[in-house]
Design a protein around this ligand. Sequence first.
Ligand SMILES: NC(=O)c1ccc[n+]([C@@H]2O[C@H](COP(=O)([O-])OP(=O)(O)OC[C@H]3O[C@@H](n4cnc5c(N)ncnc54)[C@H](O)[C@@H]3O)[C@@H](O)[C@H]2O)c1
Length: 243
Amino acid sequence: MASDRLLGRKAIVTGAASGIGAAAAARLRADGATVFTADVQAPDSGAKVDFVADLTAPDANARLVQAAVAAMGGLDTLVPCAGISAFHPLEGHDDAYFLRVLDVNLVAVFRLIREAAPQLKAAGNGRIVTIGSTTSSHGDEGLCAYAASKHAVLGLTKSVAAELGPFGVTANCVQPGAIATPMTAPAFADMPEFRTFWENKAALRRLGQPEDIADVIAFLCSDDARFMSGHGVWVDGGAMVRH
Ligand SMILES: NC(=O)c1ccc[n+]([C@@H]2O[C@H](COP(=O)([O-])OP(=O)(O)OC[C@H]3O[C@@H](n4cnc5c(N)ncnc54)[C@H](O)[C@@H]3O)[C@@H](O)[C@H]2O)c1
């Protein structure tokens, strides 16, 4: 339900053209935040993305922060949702794809946080909500690169929480389970048994929807979560508590 709990907040949401990022941007706005969106592509819906760029370009995140501050008159919240994933078996897994996954899912997130740190510190109540995965804590077949990147983004988040905590900044990492988005759609279409597996593994017996994650992101951005920092927050419908 919409609220005014994020009134006055000025947020960057990346990966906002699709899936979890699009839902997060919508939820933050519904709760009163001003949101500056970024993605490498414009959304299919025709909705607008404020900053269109490949965020792995070395200067892209510095330019993004500059543009967001200019547009919003400040910046106190980061929600980097941009990410990529695909199944690649270990053998034959080429270097280029492995490094690309780390670049998008980890290095770009690191650069965004680094570039925004002065603004977040100045705000006095900065918020960072990164997007990990159940594979921030577990591995899976064919997910060497993805799981490595998601373990790393959890570690990055914990370190940032430690370093920026004295300035009132919190940093937490949401760890979604299987969510129905354009990222997972091809795998669910090609392998219906994969979809059924995750539906059955969740204690709640369903896939997650982007809004299930966006609502938790908004909570972590709000003052209600002011004393939560440095943690991975599982939002997986109870999938990983089951064998
Ligand atoms: N869908 C799931 O089951 C699931 C589970 C756990 C974690 N996640 C994570 O949630 C985040 C969002 O995933 P999603 O499922 O919404 O996927 P999605 O594919 O729907 O959205 C990802 C967005 O990131 C953008 N993007 C990709 N590379 C980019 C780049 N180099 N620069 C800028 N933008 C880029 C894409 O254009 C896309 O709009 C990702 O970090 C993903 O790893 C998803």
